[in-house]
Design a protein around this ligand. Structure first.
Ligand code: AMP
Ligand code: MG
Length: 316
């Protein structure tokens, strides 16, 4: 793949401070060289992302992570067990990381993605700062086409690595002073508990806010949102054909109904996570006036799916 012309163009663009749409196993990222502050600022303007929302630095392996962040014993254990994979750790940063990446925080989020194209890019050019490759506040892209649709004009190259296999963003964990989940994501709370031998709490909004610049988007009521207003299902499904329905298993959908999306007929949360953002995109494309979504079981990847649905509904 390193001889693919698109890959070579992406490497050249990153080296000269440009932006590249990068496939990862979670969602597509909008990547720039993490050590180039000007390039990193380009990410914020391309996304319309406020400068107080810190970026995640994507690395090749734990050794490279410890060049940008200072590990502790919990971080070393989690890295050994979960990387490459959908786990971001928030750790004290080293001086090589520009303020533009961390929004001036003394901590930095680091993660080693599990996708051959992302890993090849990082191997070629070094650590990459990359948020999700969508306009700020909008649905995360899980295909190259979705990146091109929203950010095509603002990026130098979009690499097509196929549909994302996890489909929701990484789990963000702050390891110290006590481990806490700042954002549920692709590595489940159950897995973290099995690795560390104790339950890791999901931080409440106040705890997340305390570690972020004031008004950081982790704290914004609405994020990961489709164009149509989204409500969580409360009681019966509406039968109105103008409304789009987002169901988990879809066994009790009304007939007739408006546009419907089923996340996983067999009730598989992995499949549901993989389908989530593309399903919301299709409902938007169908021109529905509103989306009614049902929560999924609150276990495993269900925590991440429900978190995204709540934020899409503006419930934070
Ligand atoms: P995104 O890359 O769009 O998935 O968003 C990255 C998210 O990771 C941010 O919005 C924060 O919630 C979180 N994050 C990144 N860096 C830090 C940090 N230094 N401290 C706390 N949270 C962080
Ligand atoms: Mg994002």
């Amino acid at each position: 793949m390193e001889t693919d012309p698109a890959f070579e163009r992406a490497v050249a663009a990153l080296r000269r401070g440009g932006l590249v749409g990068m496939p990862t196993e979670t969602v597509y990222g909008l990547a720039a060289l993490a050590t180039n502050a000007d390039a990193v600022l380009g990410i914020f303007s391309a996304k319309g992302r406020p400068s107080f929302d810190p970026l995640i630095v994507h690395v090749a392996d734990a050794a490279q992570a410890w060049q940008v962040a200072k590990p502790d014993p919990v971080a070393e254990r989690l890295a050994a067990a979960c990387w490459p994979g959908p786990l971001t750790m928030v750790l004290p940063r080293r001086a090589v990381v520009p303020d533009a990446v961390t929004s001036g925080l003394e901590t930095v989020g680091v993660r080693c993605p599990d996708h051959p194209l992302a890993r090849a890019l990082i191997a070629a050019v070094g650590p990459l700062a990359a948020p999700s490759a969508n306009r700020f506040g909008c649905l995360s892209p899980t295909t190259a086409a979705a990146v091109r649709e929203q950010l095509g004009a603002a990026v130098d190259e979009v690499l097509d690595g196929g549909p994302c296999q996890v489909g929701v963003e990484s789990t963000v964990v702050r390891t110290g002073p006590e481990p806490v989940i700042l954002r549920p994501g692709g590595v489940t709370a159950e897995r973290l508990e099995a690795i560390l031998g104790r339950a890791i709490p999901v931080a409440d909004r106040a705890t997340v806010a305390a570690g972020l610049p004031a008004e950081a988007p982790g704290m914004l009521a609405s994020h990961y949102a489709p164009r149509a207003p989204l409500m969580l299902r409360d009681g019966a499904w509406p039968g109105d054909p103008d409304q789009g329905l987002l169901a988990f298993r879809g066994h009790d959908l009304p007939t007739p109904s408006g546009p419907c999306e089923v996340l996983s007929r067999s009730g598989d949360l992995h499949e549901a996570a993989r389908n989530l953002f593309a399903a919301l995109r299709r409902l938007d494309a169908a021109g529905v006036t509103r989306i009614v979504a049902e929560a999924v079981p609150a276990q495993g990847l269900g925590l991440a799916i429900n978190d995204r649905l709540r934020r899409a509904a503006g419930l934070g």
